[in-house]
Write a protein that binds this ligand. Sequence first.
Ligand code: C2E
Ligand code: CA
Ligand code: CA
Length: 559
Amino acid sequence: MVGFAGFGLLVFYFALFYRPMRLLDRMLANIASEMPEALFFFDAIGRCIWANEPGIQLAEITNEDFESASKRLGELFENLKDYRSDWEVQEVIEDKTSVKYYQLENHTVTDNRGNPAGSFLSIRDNTEDQLALKVEKYNATHDKLTDLYTREHLYERIQEVLTASPDTEYLILFIDVNDFKIINDIFGNAFGDYVLKSIADWIRKVFAENCVFGRLSGDTFGVCIPKVQFNEKYLEYQLAHYIVNDGNAEYQVLIHVGVYEVLESGIDVSVMIDRAHMALSTIKNDYQIHVAHYDEDMRNKVVWEQKISTQVNEALETRQIRPYLQPVVDATGKVVGAEALVRWIHPTEGFLSPALFIPVFEWNGMIAEVDKYMWRSACEILAKWKQEGRNDIFISVNISPKDFYFIDVAEELKRIVSELDVDPARLRIEITETVMMTDIENRMKILSDLRESGFIVEMDDFGSGYSSLNLLKDMPVDVLKIDMGFLYKSKDENRAQTIVHNIIHMSEQLGITSLTEGVEEQVQYQMLSNMGCKYFQGYYFSKPIPVKDFEAFCFKGQV
Ligand code: C2E
Ligand code: CA
Ligand code: CA
């Protein structure tokens, strides 16, 4: 109660007898004295009339000598402006042993009529904040392990350099450690880290001047270097002898460098890095060559790949992409079937053979769309033939090893034949041995499933790859397509013939039908027939031709 009464009296006294302005002045003066910032008050003509304690200490003046503060401040800070205006500056004072950051803010004060009455300057030592900010910024832009720029920061820095000197010719390098995973696996992660740090040091040394560099990912680095400074011979020499030794283990590290010359302005740094990477990928496992350049061919290849990849759906819809049929004949010369081979009749590029687009689509996964379409097209042809009473001819379709990654091959094939009411035995399935290179058990199951569903499975290109007899032992296939290629390529034709002869013989024994493809001459046909080969395919009989032409070729005399 007593406390409340006292407080009430005080309120009464302040409200009626005390001049509020004086209270305010005192309070402000108190606050100003207590503030941690250095404060200086100036009169209308810019003379210092008062400073608080931190101000006195900063300017090294005495209580009575405020006037000399202006001069002292002028000596201390370079960026001081006129006290009679509002401004804000950041000042760094650096000597050999320390660095200090100050935030200076000047505010003018006017009297009741709006005339300048004076100003006050506050000076805050924000060294701690600034240093913390610097550390934070450094950590955000530098890789922890190697202390090089991070990928994002490197991109920014390269962009800055390119923009700042548009007349200088620059190269972008992509540096990659071959099989870095193996280094980690064999020697352990600590040695792996040691290798990366040593490469970072090497980069710092070799690309010391006028270059920017950074770590792009785990074991890849990027550099931007003026073209005149790039010494390829020296780099090749260095990389040919790049050995890392941490005192315990020694390892010759295979490092490759892809080089892209910045010729176009306005393209993204990430694209430049990609191009340098692309150059590198041409020498990926090469132990002799360590440096490769991005060239026009690579560029054209990418442009081509992008172009056809964006056009593929439309090409399928409008049937620019369509099957050609190459006849398969028996020993009497009668056409027993055909292989469907994809062709792209492009509106501007003209006739495109599969070699120009299949690898691209295998790489980007679009192959599955093309193949599904080819399988369906083959079934449509078979359905049409069935209606016309020609039930005895088969069509073989190709299955890319990549199809298995993107679609359920067996499901898809079963669906198509059932939708179009085609006997699965009429649609033959060509697979290559690469299909069996991965996930072999599962793939075997798929092939068995297909055979159980009535499809005939053919092993394509037998003899061209690493055809393993062991694989053949367990492979659920009905037909071996033997590639004539290895007959032509052989130095000793007799030996090659012996091998082909025995493959034909062996397949017969295994109950597998033999088919030779690539037959170009009558003598070959004769020879293979004599060896017991059942079916033949090749230019000698016909090239792959449009469906209409095939029908004319095959059914003539039969209609
Ligand atoms: P492949 O499956 O081995 O097809 C046989 C290739 O040999 C065809 O080339 C054919 O035109 C060619 N050929 C036929 N007879 C002869 C001959 O007597 N001599 C020579 N030197 N070559 C002959 P094509 O049509 O250029 O196809 C090349 C490859 O493209 C095919 O090789 C196949 O791997 C792939 N391919 C074609 N169509 C498709 C498809 O629809 N899907 C998939 N995934 N791949 C396909
Ligand atoms: Ca084939
Ligand atoms: Ca083939």
